[in-house]
Write a protein of this length. Structure first.
Length: 198
């Protein structure tokens, strides 16, 4: 069963009406765009290596602990409530390219938002940006049974940008919600993006 498709800026309750929902999977996917055709045929382009990360922010939107940046070089936070599945180097093939497992009930009380972002690895040296990928999306899956709860297709033109702020899981009282953000940014490395939240 497909989940609810969101548009940019839309928010949805995840836990309200989903009694017992605790473990979710944040799935991110993308495909390489068709390479440009030059005078001598198709230009060969290197694989675009996109990296998904989660920033665990406090109620003021700040990253207070470096272990609260969950990414390819730090695969889980201190209590393992947010765990990265590992790096996918090409984005080819069907299904999610990278996944982040989130246990909503175990997230530390001082974490109010799980901001999910994607960067392009070594974007500056490789002269790559998000105009070189297509069909990007973020989705939330119930880990118990793998039902898709919600999906947001990132359809804007992100040419020239090296980071995407895809969406966020956030606390609302006792509940958890999801917001579809879909904003582009200039940050060649996840650490540069993380610095904005310190």
């Amino acid at each position: 069963m497909a989940g609810i498709n969101l548009v940019k800026g839309q928010k949805i309750d995840l836990t309200k009406g989903n009694a017992g929902l605790s473990n979710v999977i944040v799935g991110l996917g993308w495909d390489p765009a068709e390479p440009a055709r030059g005078f001598f045929g198709v230009k060969k382009q290197a694989n675009v290596d996109c990296d998904a990360s989660a920033l665990l922010l406090n109620e003021n939107g700040k990253l207070t602990n470096k272990l609260n940046l969950v990414c390819f070089h730090n695969k889980q936070n201190a209590n393992n409530s947010v765990v990265h599945s590992g790096d996918n180097l090409t984005g080819e093939g069907d299904g999610d390219d990278e996944q982040i497992m989130v246990n909503l009930k175990q997230i530390p009380a001082d974490v109010h938002k799980v901001l999910v972002v994607v960067n392009i690895y070594d974007a500056v040296n490789r002269k790559q940006d998000f105009g070189m990928i297509k069909s990007a999306y973020i989705r939330i899956i119930n880990a118990a049974g793998n039902a898709e709860l919600v999906k947001f297709n990132l359809t804007d033109n992100y040419t020239g940008f090296t980071a995407l702020i895809c969406g966020e899981l956030y606390r609302h009282g006792e509940e958890w919600k999801f917001a579809a953000i879909g904003e582009a940014a200039h940050a060649a490395h996840i650490n540069q993006l993380a610095e904005r939240y310190i």
